[in-house]
Design a protein around this ligand. Structure first.
Ligand SMILES: *[C@@H]1O[C@H](CO)[C@@H](O)[C@H](O)[C@H]1NC(C)=O
Ligand SMILES: *[C@@H]1O[C@H](CO)[C@@H](O)[C@H](O)[C@H]1NC(C)=O
Ligand SMILES: *[C@@H]1O[C@H](CO)[C@@H](O)[C@H](O)[C@H]1NC(C)=O
Length: 484
């Protein structure tokens, strides 16, 4: 009997933590995929998994329509290539806000709460291309929001990579903004403060490990196994806290210590690099969820943390300039299947709920013919052609298909191209080399994909898909002509 009140309080506690976890955890929804799921399917996926906020990289009409009435909080995005237009024309900013924010709120009940002005525009790899336009674009978009009567509900913010600040001492307390953009950052931060806007930052311990083999692996995670870093009496047990607090110190040092912070992107990829795998990704993301669900915050910022996973689903058409891992950030595969057990504290099952009613192409694959000769001069050119247009980022050292033999590698490339081309017969005609099979060639962790049926957003609206397919077909024809 004595345990009755105890179990009630446990239940209340669980309920509380459930509600708690729901608020403030979201996901980035990118659409650079050859075979995107229908927007309605993704919205259902978000809801089934209790993800209460979503961050977009543009303001696609059918995406926003699907989000209507879902109550999911939305951050819509202005891509970097629109920043100069937004910066130079108040009218353009007003049009953008009218078409891509006001209309969706009033006609479709979309719960738009933020506008992301650009995406990591100050990355050093952009060579300063957006240094002049980002701040004026932010100002124009913010005035347009105010003019549209949305000043108190929708906030403009620039998602920035954590490389906009650094620490001279290597400790969080040494944090300040990057010297080459220090004045610009101060102007932006002051504007945020004057207008009640949040600072949005993307933090990536994975990248630290990727670029530096000597990075202490345990410090990337949240298990507390690493030797802590002592910052004037404050102990840091993981890189996220230290990086986040480097920003807090940078803000504080410049007089804006109370500015709200949103973690715009955080996550871990599952393939395409020796440190990108299921185990590490689960460990990182689960660790992060537990870390923030207590509401403890970081040493410099106790309290709830508002964060968006990067990413919801894999995108097979992303540029691999940053690395082969770039197409594998999803907590779900491109077709909405959970990659690993992840407890967000928001589902009854305590694990991820997959996408519903996903429709696949036929169960067939394009592979290397057993009679094919590996020294056939066509092999190399066929593989590089297939990989160039499809996706071979799961091949290579330490990846999910990294232990395939040479025949397996070739088959993987052929199949990826064949599936991406919607299993067109002509896409499995690598002269004398390829054959279609009904036996799944997948082995162990290496999944030979069967893609989902292409989705066309409405009869009249042409989504990226058919155009991409046309490019593939034209490419194939010219390739066949050159080898004939
Ligand atoms: C609205 O957003 C879409 C998608 O990002 C963009 O293509 C379009 O130009 C925007 N509309 C206006 C009026 O700026
Ligand atoms: C930045 O500069 C480098 C070296 O000059 C060049 O290779 C690269 O293409 C440039 N990137 C952009 C986005 O302009
Ligand atoms: C398979 O392809 C990957 C990526 O191109 C390469 O790194 C690897 O060495 C290949 N494996 C074999 C056995 O040829």
């Amino acid at each position: 009997m004595g345990c009755f009140p105890f179990s009630v309080s446990v239940r209340v506690l669980l309920l509380f933590s459930l509600v708690y976890a729901v608020s403030g955890l979201g996901a980035n929804w990118g659409t650079q995929a050859s075979h995107p799921l229908p927007p309605e399917t993704i919205v259902r996926l978000l809801r089934d998994n209790g993800l209460s906020q979503v961050k977009l990289f543009d303001a696609d009409y059918s995406t926003l329509r699907a989000l209507g009435k879902s109550q999911i909080e939305v951050m819509v995005g202005i891509p970097n290539d629109m920043l100069s237009t937004m910066a130079s024309s108040v009218k353009a900013a007003e049009k953008w806000v009218s078409k891509n924010v006001s209309q969706h709120i009033s006609s479709f009940n979309v719960n738009i709460r933020y506008v992301a002005v650009g995406n990591e525009p100050f990355l050093e790899t952009y060579n300063g291309s957006f240094l002049k336009t980002t701040f004026p674009a932010l100002q124009n978009v913010q005035s347009a929001l105010i003019k549209a009567g949305l000043g108190s509900t929708v906030k403009a913010t620039v998602p920035l990579n954590a490389d906009v600040y650094a620490s001279s001492s290597g400790l969080p307390s040494g944090g300040d903004f990057r010297t080459d953009i220090h004045d610009l950052m101060l102007a932006i931060v002051k504007f945020y403060s004057d207008n009640g806007l949040p600072f949005t930052v993307n933090i990536y311990p994975f990248i630290s490990l990727y670029i530096d083999d000597n990075f202490p692996v345990e410090y990337a995670f949240f298990d507390g196994n690493s030797s802590p870093i002592d910052d004037g009496g404050t102990s840091y047990y993981n890189m996220f806290d230290a990086n986040h607090d480097t920003l807090v110190h940078a803000l504080q040092k410049n007089g804006f210590g109370n500015l709200p912070i949103i973690v715009g992107e955080i996550g871990w990829p599952t393939d395409g690099d020796k440190n990108a795998n299921i185990d590490y990704a689960r460990r990182f993301n689960q660790g992060f969820v537990s870390h923030i669900s207590g509401g403890k915050g970081t040493p410099m910022r106790p309290g709830p943390i508002n964060a968006y996973f990067f990413s919801l689903i894999d995108e097979d058409a992303k540029s691999i300039d940053p690395g082969n891992f770039e197409r594998h950030w999803g907590i779900f595969t491109y077709d909405g299947q959970a990659k690993y057990a992840l407890n967000l504290g928001t589902t009854n099952s305590g694990t991820l709920v997959p996408a519903r009613n996903v429709k696949y192409l036929e169960k067939k694959w394009c592979v290397l013919k057993s009679s094919a000769k590996l020294d056939d001069p066509q092999v190399a050119s066929s593989v590089s052609y297939a990989c160039g247009l499809a996706d071979c980022t799961s091949l290579g050292y330490g990846t999910s298909c990294g232990t395939l033999d040479i025949e397996g590698n070739i088959s993987y490339a052929f199949n990826s191209y064949y599936q991406k081309s919607n299993q067109l017969d002509i896409a499995c005609k690598f002269t004398g080399l390829s054959v279609i099979t009904k036996n799944d060639p997948s082995v162990g962790s290496c999944r030979f994909e069967v893609m989902i049926q292409p989705y066309y957003a409405g009869a009249k609206r042409i989504s990226g898909n058919p155009q991409k397919l046309l490019v593939l077909i034209l490419g194939l024809i010219s390739f066949l002509l050159t080898i004939m």
